[in-house]
Design a binder for this molecule. Structure first.
Ligand code: N7H
Length: 500
């Protein structure tokens, strides 16, 4: 791994990039959406916050220390930290008077609600149904992220932030809390699956969390070579839009447009509030499993691509070739499969080209096809994201009253994922994965079906579960209830915006 080194006269990238790009990995997170009163108030807030923004270098050092303490069997709770980061919307840059802001990409400036038709946020997921503040996106100027190991530390940090907001007349539009689920569900999302396993390593900054690929920094951070060697954000070529030549699920993205100088060391941040209908998901599994000759648990693994434990449904490289990983969770007999070394050590080709183990439309295969051809590993690796979300809402209790088909569930049933991810281009990252892969039934091959977890663009999407034909008709278990596109500037750019 070649470390990223500072250019002469420029800040050390690790001290300049905001820390959540590396991953706060905290049990408690609050996402606070704010509106600046005017340029003076906005700049004032940035000036007050800039020195307390967590940097990539600090988060890296802390995470290493935490792991060291954990590895020697000690209580890692003895090392704790509280982190703050900030990201700005198009209207936020506008009110701050950021120079050359018209050179920021159009999809970012227009925001997520304007992308609804492209990314499939329709019907129950349409922006007209979104919760505040996303029902009035023009008001959102920034999101402040705070994260802590301890809930009391989170509250103390929030109280400090509230005082700063008040002092600058910045209005809090609302906030959402994400938290690691308690007890045996720790690390699992609300459908019960272990989450946060497969994350790309960032070349020169981090190793892959689970012993797999290292992706060029330019795929995530502006101003660095991407997988094809082009410097992200600096090549003055507009990205083709859907329907234009060069845009397609099996094509790599073109170089991102020429962004303003101040975008260097920044990254685009996508936030989505995704509500999950756990009872509906469980009911579907129990009602449909027998018809396809599987148990409800086995059918769930076919839709996702992993067992609830996180064990891959695909054969890992260390497994006996005669072992059938779809019959029973392989980590029961061999817990080492869940180790960092093995949990992500698999590919879909050549042994599973037809998807008889992991259907080609399974969630983790759609969203990262790995070496699958089409689209090929080279293309897959041009559409990677750093996922930084957290579950929200109360845990599901069996026997809960039926979840309403549409409209909002009561608060005690409103649960899901505060999905968040970083990338150097929203079109090539989040939007591409959602639109051109998850929502496209012909990807990677004709008739594979839609991603059964995150594709909400049609009623009763269809999913090819080899060898069954006709396909399974699935349902919308994940509903978008809000979201926005942000830009996470470098620390030096926050200072620049605060003072100029
Ligand atoms: Fe997904 N789930 O519980 O089924 N996701 N996801 N996701 N997701 C992954 O490898 C889930 C969402 C990706 O490299 C796992 O960390 C749910 C969106 C990508 O192999 C599980 C929701 C997008 C990967 C889930 C949701 C993605 C991934 C396996 C919404 C992008 C890595 C654990 C409520 C548009 C794939 C892991 C790889 C993994 C679930 C949302 C993308 C269990 C419930 C919106 C790239």
């Amino acid at each position: 791994m070649t470390p990223i080194t500072p250019n002469p006269g420029q800040p050390d990238p690790l001290d300049n990039i905001q820390g959540n790009l590396i991953g706060f990995n905290k049990d408690h997170q609050r996402f606070i959406f704010v509106q600046f009163p005017d340029a003076v108030g906005g700049k004032g807030l940035l000036a007050d916050l800039a020195s307390s923004i967590a940097r990539a270098s600090e988060v890296l050092e802390f995470n290493d220390l935490f792991k060291k303490v954990q590895d020697r069997g000690a209580d890692a709770g003895t090392v704790e930290a509280t982190w703050t980061n900030i990201a700005l919307t198009g209207p936020g840059l506008e009110i701050l008077g950021a120079p050359d802001r018209e050179r920021m990409p159009e999809e970012f400036r227009q925001g997520m609600a304007a992308a609804a038709a492209r990314i499939g946020d329709v019907e129950d997921s349409a922006p007209t149904t979104w919760v505040a503040p996303f029902n009035n996106p023009a008001l959102i100027h920034a999101v402040v992220l705070i994260a802590a190991d301890d809930p009391d530390d989170l509250e103390a940090c929030y109280a400090g932030l509230q005082a700063k907001l008040q002092a600058r007349n910045v209005h809090e539009l609302g906030h959402f809390d994400g938290a690691t689920r308690p007890g045996a569900n720790r690390g699992h999302e609300h459908f019960g699956f272990k989450d946060g396993i497969s994350q790309p390593g960032i070349a020169g900054l981090t190793k892959s969390s689970k012993g797999r690929d290292e992706i060029a920094t330019g795929e995530f951070v502006i101003g660095y070579p991407d997988q094809d060697g082009n410097v992200s954000g600096t090549t003055p070529a507009p990205a083709p839009q859907p329907g234009q030549p060069g845009y397609g699920p099996n094509n790599p993205p073109p170089p991102a447009a020429g962004l303003p100088e101040w975008a260097k060391d920044g990254s685009f941040y996508v936030f989505r509030r995704l509500r999950q209908n756990v009872q509906g998901f469980n009911d579907f599994l129990s009602q449909q499993a027998a018809a396809v000759g599987l148990s409800p648990d086995q059918l769930g693994t076919k839709l996702v691509g992993r067992w609830k434990s996180g064990a891959p449904l695909e054969r890992t490289r260390t497994q006996d070739p005669n072992f059938d990983p779809t019959a029973v969770d392989p980590s029961i007999a061999d817990p080492s499969i869940l180790s960092d070394e093995h949990i992500n050590d698999f590919d879909y080709e050549p042994q599973d080209a037809d998807g008889h183990l992991v259907p080609r439309a399974a969630h983790i295969r759609k969203t990262n096809p790995r070496s699958e051809d089409p689209p090929t590993e080279a293309v897959s690796n041009r559409h990677r994201i750093l996922r930084r979300g957290a579950p929200y809402g109360p845990d599901f209790s069996p026997g809960e009253p039926a979840y309403p088909g549409s409209g909002s569930p009561p608060d005690n049933q409103d649960r899901g994922l505060l999905f968040a991810c970083y990338q150097a281009s929203i079109l090539a990252g989040f939007e591409f994965i959602q639109q051109s892969w998850a929502n496209t039934p012909g990807f990677p091959q004709a008739d594979d079906g839609r991603d059964p977890i995150i594709s909400q663009d049609v009623n009763n999407p269809d999913f090819h579960l080899p060898p069954h034909d006709p396909h399974l008709v699935t349902q919308r278990w994940v509903i978008t209830t809000g979201g926005e596109y942000f830009f996470s500037p470098s620390i030096s750019t926050l200072h620049l915006f605060a003072t100029s």
